[in-house]
Design a protein around this ligand. Structure first.
Ligand SMILES: *Cc1c(COP(=O)(O)O)cnc(C)c1O
Length: 417
């Protein structure tokens, strides 16, 4: 996969060797390691090239055909194409492709739907939700009255009955479904029923699963939700950025909440890259990719269970799993650090009801989107699960063998070479 070198680093070198050297070291880190961070991926050379283009020079506040600057005729075409591709790919009535990130997309929706002090519901950060779903540390938790729901701490699963009860008690204006660290399929139709019962607007943040949705490997939230937000750089495999989809009736409010509500000029170079990634995600090969991501996650989960790891919910339906490390007598922080030294990149992650601090944690989150893009399959998933287990059990005694296995896999599946 991606058997083309990324030539921008060499280009930068003649102008700024200092920056170029840092970029080069990061490229080699990506090439020589196994990437298991569930929110990361490898964008195609075309996506990367569009981001590094002259489109960054253009100011285009406003929307296509309604700009506050002259000279927007070509970026108007580009942004309109991107909007159309987003609507077509996900079957949405409306799209805004300007959010600079997933958090910015969520902030805009919250601004569009809520007044300061209004009640909203979202999954708590400690249970797999996202900061922008109402964490006290985020603007959403400071400006709105947030009622957070947890997963069931015994099963690790979303408890829809409990969410319904909470919604009936607090009468939220907005209910958010979607997570950063939930290993199972989310049933958007039940959430939509709950939202309708209490008269709330229903938003799904599909940041993590957008690529699975595009590829038909997870139920789409679009038919059920009033508004859907996403990032474009996770399973969707595009540029770092955000996207809002929804029903036409919300279009006007959301457009003004993005600009001028929460952002200034759009990043037209990133919008060009979003358009490319949306085209890529509409190909049949992307459907295969999405299904392979899920298949790889299932193999990895099974292999980790066989190695003695405990998995939250016992497994996975999507691209990620949460390993509860308590049976292995190691913290998330320690395992992340050891894996880093062995060129396996993953992140510490709280498990539901985690007794450890968020900076330590009892778990790690493991995802397959990036490794699957690179071409790794079932055999490598088993090898990697074994490497993680060896790293957890006997780091010093096994590191030579683990590093050799990692190097051999990276050699077999070259990236940007
Ligand atoms: C990653 C993520 C975001 C935030 O995306 P950024 O681009 O980092 O701002 C929002 N919501 C969820 C559920 C996420 O996983």
């Amino acid at each position: 996969m991606y058997s083309r070198p990324i030539d921008s680093i060499g280009f930068v070198e003649s102008f700024d060797p200092e920056v170029s050297a840092m970029m080069q070291r990061e490229l080699v880190r990506q090439q020589d390691g196994i990437e298991l961070i569930a929110s990361e991926n490898f964008a195609s050379p075309a996506v990367i090239a569009a981001m590094g283009s002259i489109l960054t020079n253009k100011y285009a506040e406003g929307l296509p055909g309604k700009r506050y600057y002259g000279g927007c005729q070509f970026v108007d075409e580009l942004e309109s194409l991107c909007i159309q591709r987003a609507k077509d790919l996900f079957g949405a009535e409306f799209a805004n492709v300007q959010p600079h990130s997933g958090a910015q997309a969520n902030m805009a929706v919250e601004l569009a739907i809520l007044q300061p002090g209004d009640t909203m519901m979202g999954m708590s950060l400690a249970n797999g939700g996202h900061l922008s779903h109402g964490s006290p540390a985020n603007i959403s938790g400071k400006y709105y009255n947030v009622v957070s729901y947890d997963v069931n701490h015994e099963t690790g699963l979303i408890d829809y009955d409990q969410i319904r009860d909470m919604a009936k008690k607090c009468n939220p204006k907005l209910i958010i479904a979607g997570a950063s660290a939930y290993p199972r399929a989310i049933d958007f139709s039940i959430f939509a029923d709950i939202a309708h019962e209490v008269g709330a607007v229903f938003m799904v943040d599909m940041a993590h699963i957008a690529g699975l949705v595009a590829g038909g490997a997870h139920q789409s939230p679009v038919p059920y939700a009033d508004i859907v937000t996403t990032t474009t750089h996770k399973t969707l495999r595009g540029p770092r950025g955000g996207l809002i989809l929804g029903r036409e009736e919300f279009a006007k409010k959301i457009n003004s909440a993005v600009f001028p509500g929460t952002q200034g000029g759009p990043l037209e170079h990133v919008i060009a890259a979003k358009a490319i990634c949306l085209k890529e995600a509409a190909q049949d090969s992307f459907k295969d990719y999405a299904h392979n991501v899920v298949a790889n996650a299932k193999v990895m989960a099974q292999a980790l269970l066989e190695e003695g790891f405990d998995l939250v919910t016992g497994g996975t339906d999507n691209h990620l799993m949460l390993a509860d490390l308590r049976p292995m007598h190691i913290t998330g922080k320690e395992l992340q650090q050891r894996c880093d030294e062995n060129h396996i990149t993953l992140n510490k992650n709280a498990i539901p009801g985690d007794p450890e601090k968020p900076s330590v944690t009892s778990g790690v989150r493991i995802g397959t989107p990036a490794a699957t893009t690179r071409g790794l399959g079932a055999q490598e998933m088993k090898q990697i699960a074994k490497c993680i287990a060896m790293t957890a059990r006997d780091f010093e005694g096994t590191k030579a063998e683990v590093r050799a296995t990692v190097a051999q896999i990276c050699e077999k599946y070259p990236l940007y070479r």
